[in-house]
Design a protein around this ligand. Structure first.
Ligand SMILES: NC(=O)c1ccc[n+]([C@@H]2O[C@H](COP(=O)([O-])OP(=O)(O)OC[C@H]3O[C@@H](n4cnc5c(N)ncnc54)[C@H](O)[C@@H]3O)[C@@H](O)[C@H]2O)c1
Length: 391
């Protein structure tokens, strides 16, 4: 095989931008052969925009067509897992938009189907291609800064207006979206948190519902987490703050790193603080350290980078930047944070799948999906800078 024939399922904001990138030949070895959307206006837009691309109303018809080797899922969240499962069962490679799914029970079923199929499975965590996050991942995974003590991420620059929330009937509802800022915007950061530092042992979540918008889910959240070794994590996110902040600080036994404003400051202690603490005779010692500053000199390859990597994985066996099986990890954190917030209790990870699913169903029962503004703006095929890492 020297070309991967791909179908894009969900031709909205994100799916139409992916389809356009592929159609325009920006991804070597990936050919757009099919598009699917349940909405006729989106299908019409695709028909008018692309030549020699088959347009489908249902994803099942697309999968049955035999036209594709791989699919990209860019639908509302609840559909990610069922579509992926059917696609794996039809022998397709799958790249799913984030989050991998809404709840862990559903994601585990998808992971089973993926494993059985042996096909390439990736999830769109495009921020993993940012050079600073990648460097932080390598530093912490190689224990260059020793053992984790604390992770603090203030990621409050996911600003969204009421107009954004009103732009689709599924948005910001328990039944349609399955969560708020923790499930839609912050998954990128929750993923990078766990990618760099690993998963915590237990979580307390404080989710503020409709604090800044007329919605039924949270638009502001604070997660406090504890690790097996006693390290802690604090994660603060919001869609209601302007200008907001994007600042990640990781403190470890041999120093700390801070990522903010497009640069990473790494402070390396000359000795491990834990040894120093018990061996120094100076009550108020300051441990000598060296500081390195790394500027973000290149823009992340982002969505195109992940699409290219997915294609290369299929064609040449390249290692995935963002394997599909990693997708469950950040959902473990968000599911645990929701459960903790609803029940006012600590929640251990891995989260109890059945308990979470039961509680989510209760929320969804009273969910009121709202009529979206039915314009075609959300299939404008334009890549938005708001999807890049913003400082
Ligand atoms: N990686 C990123 O940076 C990024 C950015 C934006 C959105 N997203 C993700 O992309 C996905 C879609 O978000 P969006 O903003 O494009 O939403 P959207 O509402 O603009 O588009 C979703 C599209 O899916 C269609 N659809 C709904 N159910 C379907 C089904 N069963 N089969 C086929 N089509 C169906 C809708 O008609 C709509 O056109 C979400 O998972 C979202 O979180 C990711």
């Amino acid at each position: 095989m020297d070309k991967v024939r791909v179908g894009v399922i969900g031709f909205g904001n994100m799916g139409s931008a992916h389809a356009k990138h592929i159609y325009d030949g920006l991804i070597d070895g990936l050919e757009l052969v099919a598009v699917c959307d349940t909405d006729e206006s989106k299908r019409e837009k695709a028909r008018l925009s692309f030549e020699n691309v088959e347009i489908f109303e249902t994803y099942k018809a697309l999968l049955d067509s035999g036209l594709t080797d791989a699919i990209i899922i860019a639908t509302p969240h609840y559909f990610h897992c069922p579509i992926a499962i059917d696609a794996f069962n039809k022998g397709q490679h799958v790249l799913s938009e984030k989050p991998a799914g809404v709840y862990t029970k559903q994601i585990k079923q998808m992971n089973e189907a993926a494993k059985k199929s042996g096909k390439v499975f990736a999830v769109m965590f495009n921020q993993r291609t940012n050079m600073l996050f990648k460097k932080a991942h390598d530093i912490m995974q190689n224990k260059e800064l020793g053992e984790l003590k604390r992770m603090v991420w203030i990621i409050t620059n996911w600003y969204r207006t009421q107009h954004y929330y009103d732009s689709g009937s599924w948005r910001a509802t328990w039944a349609g979206e399955g969560g708020g800022v923790l499930l839609n915007q912050a998954p990128h950061n929750l993923d990078i948190w766990q990618w760099i530092c690993g998963l915590p042992k237990r979580v307390r979540g404080f989710c503020s519902v409709a604090k800044y918008h007329h919605i039924e889910v949270e638009d502001d959240a604070t997660v406090y987490a504890e690790y097996e070794n006693g390290a802690t994590g604090i994660f603060i996110t919001s869609t209601g703050e302007a200008p907001g902040t994007n600042r990640l600080e990781i403190s470890a036994t041999k120093g700390k790193l801070v990522i903010e404003n497009g640069k990473m400051t790494i402070t390396r202690l000359i000795t491990d603080e834990r040894d120093f603490c018990f061996n120094s005779e100076d009550d108020f010692a300051k441990i000598p350290s060296e500081v390195e500053i790394i500027e973000q000199t290149e823009k992340e390859s982002a969505h195109i980078g992940i699409l290219q990597n997915f294609t290369n994985a299929i064609l040449h066996g390249e290692a995935l930047i963002s394997p599909g099986f990693d997708g469950i990890n950040e959902v473990q954190i968000s599911n645990a944070a929701y459960l903790s917030s609803w029940k006012d209790k600590w929640v251990e990870l891995p989260v109890n799948d059945n308990e979470y699913f039961r509680e989510l169903k209760k929320k969804s029962k009273h969910s009121k999906t709202h009529e979206g503004l039915q314009n075609d703006k959300s299939a404008d095929m334009k890549y938005s800078e708001r999807w890049s890492v913003r400082w």
